[in-house]
Design a binder for this molecule. Structure first.
Ligand code: ATP
Length: 313
């Protein structure tokens, strides 16, 4: 049996609006997700034992059953028990480049790579849609990580509508190592502060989703109108995270000073990204921010908008 190596792309949110409450306890969201080519490398090999083993080279990522990559393999085992009995266990090796707990869906993208890789390893012939539906059982961001590119995500984030690719844009990602934000804290604090504004009625939520579908940023993406995309960037979590972490607000200001087209926090943070129209411009923005903020705690990367989430290499 072959082994497979896959590249799992990080995602950024160009738009993240918290619309309201859902009966299942999750929040109803309207998001625009974008893959960027800062990738983890996942290798999936058949094992001569009947177990699933995960190894990751990052100290903050668990090597046990709480790793999302393990949970994805375990889901495949329970969905396809006969295939598992035929082929046996798997060894999964994760080589991390995506910063951890950064709002870049690193764990979700690893799980997406395992679904796609095990489909290949076990010769199952699953469609992309089937892999997305399996992913939705594990986490709201995983269907997008399977599909990749540019997409509007509604519901918990698992309902995807494709948008035209924005392949000619670059991004500078910046993350303070010492600023870690728990997604749970972010949702809880947002709810405490803004619950009165939530939409609860399911019909109004559907109507609101339709409004976002035809909204300004979606139109701007369709027309590759970069200045309007930059002007319409939105992330509701900024309202609670930036006042707690003023260094992130300063980072945004420095990105704009350096000539970024636009800047935003990704997911629940703490990564802040800046958009640029060329690799040269992105490199110059990264150098400017490195020099002016001059902090050993701050890591920066330049990446390109990517048309896919998972690539087999
Ligand atoms: P999101 O944007 O979906 O909220 P994130 O980028 O903020 O995700 P992750 O990098 O996915 O966060 O990590 C969140 C937590 O999940 C970490 O505390 C980490 O220990 C755990 N985790 C489990 N599996 C993985 C994995 N394969 N890669 C990274 N983190 C993982």
């Amino acid at each position: 049996m072959h082994s497979y190596t896959l590249l799992a792309a990080a995602k950024i949110n160009l738009y993240l609006e918290i619309v309201g409450d859902r009966a299942d306890g999750f929040h109803e969201l309207a998001m625009i997700m974008q893959s960027v080519n800062l990738c983890d490398r996942i290798t999936i090999e058949p094992s001569d034992t009947d177990s699933i083993r995960v190894t990751c080279n990052h100290p903050d990522v668990p090597n046990n059953s709480s790793n999302l990559a393990y949970r994805a393999a375990d889901l495949m085992r329970s969905q396809f028990p006969d295939t598992f009995a035929k082929y046996g266990g798997v060894n999964i090796t994760i080589d991390k480049s995506i910063p951890v707990a950064a709002g870049l869906a690193g764990g979700s993208s690893n799980a997406a790579a395992v679904l796609v890789g095990m489909d290949l390893l076990w010769n199952l012939g699953l469609t992309q849609g089937e892999c997305e539906r399996l992913g939705a059982q594990l986490g709201s961001d995983i269907p997008f990580c399977v599909r990749g590119g540019t997409a509007l995500a509604t519901g918990r984030g698992e309902k995807l509508s494709p948008l035209p690719d924005l392949e000619d844009l670059y991004v500078v990602l910046a993350k303070y190592e010492s600023i870690a934000i728990s997604t749970g804290w972010a949702y809880q604090t947002y709810r405490q502060t803004y619950e009165a504004e939530y939409i609860r009625d399911p019909e109004s939520i559907v109507a609101y989703g339709k409004k976002v579908h035809s909204g300004k940023i979606v139109q701007a993406i369709a027309h590759h109108n970069y200045s309007t995309i930059a002007a319409e960037l939105r992330n509701d979590f900024e309202k609670i995270v930036l006042p707690e972490h003023p260094r992130l607000q300063t980072l945004k200001e420095e990105f704009l000073q350096a000539g970024a087209l636009g800047t935003l926090m990704s997911g629940s943070g703490s990564t802040i990204f800046a958009i640029a129209q060329s690799q040269d411009k992105a490199d110059a923005i990264k150098s400017h921010v490195e020099t002016t903020l001059n902090s050993p705690d701050l890591n920066l990367w330049v990446a390109r908008f990517a048309p896919a989430g998972i690539r087999v290499i």
